[in-house]
Design a protein. Sequence first.
Length: 202
Amino acid sequence: MGDSDLSPVVSTLPLFHSFGQGTLLRSLCNGTRLVVMRAERPVTVDRVWKIMDAVNAKRLASVPYILKFFTETPGGLERLTKLSQVMAGGSAVPQDLGDKLVGAGIDLLIGYGQTESGPLARNDCKANGGKDWNWYRLMDTVVDHVYFEPVGEGLFHLICRPTLPTLVLHDREDGGYNSKDLVSLVASVQLARDGHTDSSTV
């Protein structure tokens, strides 16, 4: 995500998580500077800004609950608007948080996938004037390797076929994997996350 922007990135993501690993690998492949915050120290808004100022970073990679901290801190949302890009992953971005970020003009890039399957889709925060920031488009490389299984009430499970090159876990007899994510479909390659089968709405 964000490959066209080569400015430094500050990441609050753990490297054991696929989104954190992906951010690291993209920086290595692109030759961009990545600053990873130390896991043993708490992530605070003030600490993140000090690190970003020290390295003149214009991009932030984080998770939704930390971005929420920023919007609740005086001046935090305004600081985020000065970045060239904010990348989020690890869990779904709540509707109200995304509306606030995109409504402020922030270039919010959200990846969708799992550690078990690798990256599957990404959003377009500018779609429909920002109103459809929470709709995701499947990546071209995975379109032929996933399908949607209806579960009722207009919702579907996203199923990974065994042919998906990045698939590392199998829980179906045919060798595929059920993400257990509940999604709505607007088109065959466009979806919105609505929740998870074994948890509350995300």
